[in-house]
Design a protein around this ligand. Structure first.
Ligand SMILES: Nc1ncnc2c1ncn2[C@@H]1O[C@H](COP(=O)(O)OP(=O)(O)OP(=O)(O)O)[C@@H](O)[C@H]1O
Ligand SMILES: [Mg+2]
Length: 376
């Protein structure tokens, strides 16, 4: 652009900008997934390319490979994305590669040829109808998740390469399935054992706040381990077909604490939306530390956190509600008894949650309105 006249008419554009929908998608993901920004950015940018209608018609919309430590959110990111777009975390076609090791198991994915035993018995998992099942007018595409691809058998591997390459799959009965409107995410925890050794070696078993190794140094080591293991295991043809490889980071104490808060809020939502008494519970900091200690072994990331919450919080609250020790509008405090090392539950006589009570009367009103409508 050497012409000054021409330059004056130019307006600077921003290729990094996000559409409101893509921005809304990314924000929603951030409220469901703690950390792992690179994964969130990658999936958002794929979504934006899709929205702009600039995807290639004879390939999937995009293909991503998620690597990294166990329990760090690889599967969770895909479920969170499906929840944001289709309103249900289960609206994903999910293939656990470890379950398809033998040829008769591959038939569950693609069906068997006509005349074979089992032909037409069940509809194959990767049929066009299944791919189309979750699509909506606003979002006519499907997430397809291949979990633990390092465990895929050779025949599954051939199938996968074909899908990545041509965006098509031929079923047992020769029908074609079109994968051009899918986002394919593959996960693998190749190198997970080495990674968990690095994580425990650097920080110790308890989710302590101190760390021996610099955190960025640990993440770099994890990155190298994951990439080396992937290059050793997967052929260059395969790696070349992937649009984006993302190595997840190990979750740090502060992030695990935020995940705990997310999970506790989810429990409160279950109470708010459930059929039983509506009350509010509050956990002290000591309670949260207790749950982190019980639910987190850094080798497994956040994997066991939900189980600890079920065991120590949900079961106890359910018992309290079932025995009517907790009633509508109550505020229940959960605290740690330092001496016994156990959680204790209190009801504050002076505290009453208007919010919980109001919520209940709204539900009550709706229920009686509905009853009246049905009766009329
Ligand atoms: N970054 C995160 N943000 C929010 N929740 C998380 C995160 N990471 C893990 N979790 C929680 O922990 C559970 C286990 O995580 P997830 O299944 O995604 O692990 P993964 O990385 O797929 O591990 P694996 O390699 O063993 O399959 C999730 O269901 C979610 O509740
Ligand atoms: Mg997983």
């Amino acid at each position: 652009m050497n012409n000054n006249e021409q330059r004056r008419r130019m307006i600077i554009l921003d290729p990094e900008a996000k559409s409101p929908r893509a921005q809304g998608f990314e924000n929603g993901l951030k409220s469901r997934v703690i950390g792992q920004e690179r994964a969130l950015r990658s999936i958002t940018s794929l979504y934006q390319v899709f929205q702009a209608g600039m995807t290639n018609t004879n390939r999937p919309i995009g293909t991503m490979l998620f690597l990294g430590p166990t329990g760090a959110g690889k599967t969770h990111v895909v479920e969170a994305a499906a929840d944001m777009i289709f309103g249900d975390p289960n609206s994903v076609i999910k293939i656990d590669c470890a379950e398809f090791q033998h040829s008769h198991e591959i038939a569950k994915l693609i069906g068997s040829p006509p005349g074979y035993l089992g032909h037409r018995e069940t509809s194959p998992l990767l049929s066009q109808e299944n791919l189309d099942k979750y699509r909506t007018e606003a979002n006519p595409f499907t997430f397809v998740l291949f979990d633990e691809i390092e465990k895929a058998s050779d025949s599954l591997w051939q199938l996968l390469l074909g899908v990545l390459d041509k965006g098509r799959l031929t079923l047992g009965d020769n029908r074609q399935v079109d994968f051009s409107q899918t986002m394919i995410i593959m996960t693998s925890n190749l190198g997970a054992k080495e990674m968990s050794e690095m994580i425990t070696g650097s920080i110790g078993f308890a989710p302590s706040k101190k760390s021996g190794m610099e955190e960025s140094e640990l993440d770099q080591k994890i990155y190298r381990t994951a990439m080396d293991a992937a290059r050793r295991k997967f052929s260059p043809e395969f790696m070349n077909r992937i649009d984006k490889v993302v190595v997840f980071r190990s979750l740090k104490h502060e992030q695990l604490r935020q995940i705990l808060d997310l999970e506790l809020r989810a429990v409160q939502r279950r109470i708010d939306e459930g059929m039983g008494e509506r009350f509010i519970f509050k956990a002290t900091d000591a309670t949260k530390e207790f749950l982190l200690n019980e639910g987190v072994d850094l080798r497994y990331g956040a994997r066991h956190l939900k189980r600890a919450i079920e065991r120590f919080v949900v079961n106890a609250l359910a018992n309290l509600a079932a025995t009517r020790q907790v009633r509508l509008g109550d505020v229940v405090w959960i605290d740690l008894n330092e001496e016994s090392g156990k959680l204790e539950f209190y009801r504050d006589e002076a505290e009453f949650s208007i919010a919980a009570a109001t919520m209940d009367s709204i539900y009550e009103m709706r229920r009686s309105e509905e009853g009246a409508r049905i009766a009329a």
